[in-house]
Design a protein around this ligand. Structure first.
Ligand SMILES: NC(=O)c1ccc[n+]([C@@H]2O[C@H](COP(=O)([O-])OP(=O)(O)OC[C@H]3O[C@@H](n4cnc5c(N)ncnc54)[C@H](OP(=O)(O)O)[C@@H]3O)[C@@H](O)[C@H]2O)c1
Length: 216
């Protein structure tokens, strides 16, 4: 699959590396100096290349948005039409001082992206996994697979995103409609507070433990 990546920082570059390793083609775009972006693509290997935000968005079957919330409006404008495109958003809309989220529980970054990117099939995924976890062997913690929570309103887009979550090395967990992003983003914020409170290394994550019996 062709995966466009906007924002090749901690999250974007780590996911690009994992997806390239799983056989996907990754197209990286960022506002960082071009030589730095080229070096990231080069380190990933022949399945990675660099493009403008517009080209990455146009050619991608799935577009990863891995930029700070404050850049989202500009990024969506730079992408051009995203109608019909699967947009995978990992964004936690934290305030600049990391004190809180920009939204309460009446909307979310994902729902706001869906409003900005008319017709895009937006899914939230992987926002509850701190980026250092992407660098652990097989992305496992203490030998356990980490949950890759995701949500969205389009069933076909969700199936694709679930596959990409699995391809990156995580256990996909369907969290229902896109409005569940309100709660996934709150969990992302909670993890930031846990790291601060525990003075912990961010190599931690949440994993759903469940009985496999159907309940109803
Ligand atoms: N890091 C984590 O552990 C983690 C975990 C879960 C979710 N997230 C979410 O993932 C997103 C990315 O986080 P990150 O930690 O990967 O951030 P990061 O390391 O700062 O990377 C973001 C990249 O996006 C670039 N960027 C900013 N505005 C842009 C624009 N208009 N067009 C293209 N590129 C642009 C930035 O460039 P400049 O640096 O030059 O501005 C930077 O290279 C955030 O929304 C965050 O909440 C992060």
């Amino acid at each position: 699959m062709k995966i466009g990546i906007v924002g090749a920082g901690r999250m974007g570059s780590a996911l690009a590396r994992l997806w390239a390793k799983a056989g996907h083609e990754v197209i990286l775009s960022d506002i960082m100096p071009p030589e730095k972006l080229e070096a990231i693509a080069h380190a990933i290997g022949p399945q990675a290349r660099v493009a403008s935000v517009e080209e990455a968005a146009r050619v991608a079957e799935v577009l990863l948005l891995a930029v700070p919330w404050a850049s989202v409006r500009d990024v969506v404008a730079a992408c051009g039409s995203l109608a019909g495109k699967i947009v995978l958003d990992v964004i936690n809309p934290v305030k600049a001082d990391f004190s809180d989220l920009e939204f309460g529980f009446t909307t979310s970054a994902s729902e706001e992206i869906a409003k900005l990117a008319d017709g895009a099939r937006v899914c939230k995924a992987l926002n509850t996994i701190p980026s250092p976890v992407f660098h652990l062997p097989e992305c496992k913690i203490s030998g356990m697979k980490v949950s890759g929570f995701y949500c969205g309103d389009d069933d076909e887009a969700k199936r694709t995103v679930a596959q990409l979550v699995a391809d990156a090395g995580f256990e996909p967990v369907d969290c229902g409609p896109l409005s569940s992003a309100r709660y996934l983003e709150a969990v992302g914020m909670l993890l930031i507070r846990i790291v601060v409170a525990l003075k912990a290394s961010p190599e931690l994550a949440l994993t759903l433990i469940r009985d496999q019996k159907p309940c109803c």
